[in-house]
Design a protein around this ligand. Structure first.
Ligand SMILES: [Fe+2]
Length: 253
């Protein structure tokens, strides 16, 4: 599996606190069946200035430290850099300036929003990024009020080529026919990632359990698409190998 959202880099944001924590997360991910993980610390913004020390230089430093420690500990986890970008005005300019990073050497960007973001405001940021040539992956759509009110709001984004990333724990802990399952079963999301933060949050990598649940709901081929094939396509710049979304007919938030 490929996990495209994890706060595994240590002493950088609210993720891993130490190199030891980062190694514990890496061990858990490998035991779970993950071979490749994107390290996506919170990009610095006004909203998270209190807990993110992010800079691209510090990210690269932490990534190099962790890669060396993984080799030393013989943990077979490949890491690629990324950023969980806070979707706010000015983000295109900061990407262009190199203050925020897309995934590895791609034009794909992981973008989160404030939980109360309106649909119009989210679309405005996503479309601005797309016009600038970026492929947008929307982080944890299940947490946004406009998606909770109307899951079909994600269709317009999907039709414009944006992808949406469900969080593994939302699927594992969500109720049957709840929002996470509904988003997955209607392919209103196209990939699953852990958004792991580390032992101090009780949020270790857990993509395996989410893949198992997806396989129960939709069969192994789609479960693999959500946890391996779509993430691989994002990293290689290929189209997402998944059928288009299917509208939710009845939804009571
Ligand atoms: Fe995150």
């Amino acid at each position: 599996m490929i996990d495209l959202h994890a706060h595994i880099l240590h002493d950088l944001d609210d993720g891993a606190r130490s190199l030891k924590d980062a190694l514990a997360m890496a061990r858990a991910a490998v035991a779970d069946g993950v071979t490749l993980m994107a390290a996506t610390p919170h990009g610095r913004s006004v909203a998270n200035a209190g807990f993110s020390r992010y800079s691209v230089a510090l990210l690269r430093e932490r990534l190099a430290e962790l890669r060396a420690a993984l080799v030393e500990a013989a943990i077979p986890l490949e890491l690629v850099p990324g950023t969980e970008i806070y979707g706010e005005p000015g983000v295109v300019e900061r990407l262009r300036a190199g203050d925020l990073l897309p995934y590895a050497d791609t034009r794909a960007v992981l973008v989160e929003f404030p939980l109360a973001v309106t649909r119009a405001a989210a679309e405005q940021i996503v479309f601005a990024l797309q016009l600038a040539g970026y492929r947008v992956v929307v982080a944890h759509p299940e947490r946004y009020a406009f998606v909770q009110d109307d899951p079909n709001a994600l269709i317009a984004l999907a039709e414009r080529g944006a992808l949406a990333q469900l969080t593994a724990s939302a699927l594992i802990k969500g109720r049957p026919n709840g929002l996470a399952e509904t988003l997955l079963c209607h392919r209103l999301v196209q990939l699953i990632a852990s958004d792991a933060h580390g032992p101090h949050f009780g949020r270790l990598p857990n993509l395996g359990a989410a893949r198992a649940r997806a396989a129960e709901l939709l069969g192994p081929a789609l479960a693999d698409a959500f946890t391996r094939d779509v993430p691989a396509a994002i990293l290689s710049g290929a189209p997402a190998p998944i059928p288009p979304p299917e509208p939710v007919r009845r939804w009571r938030p």
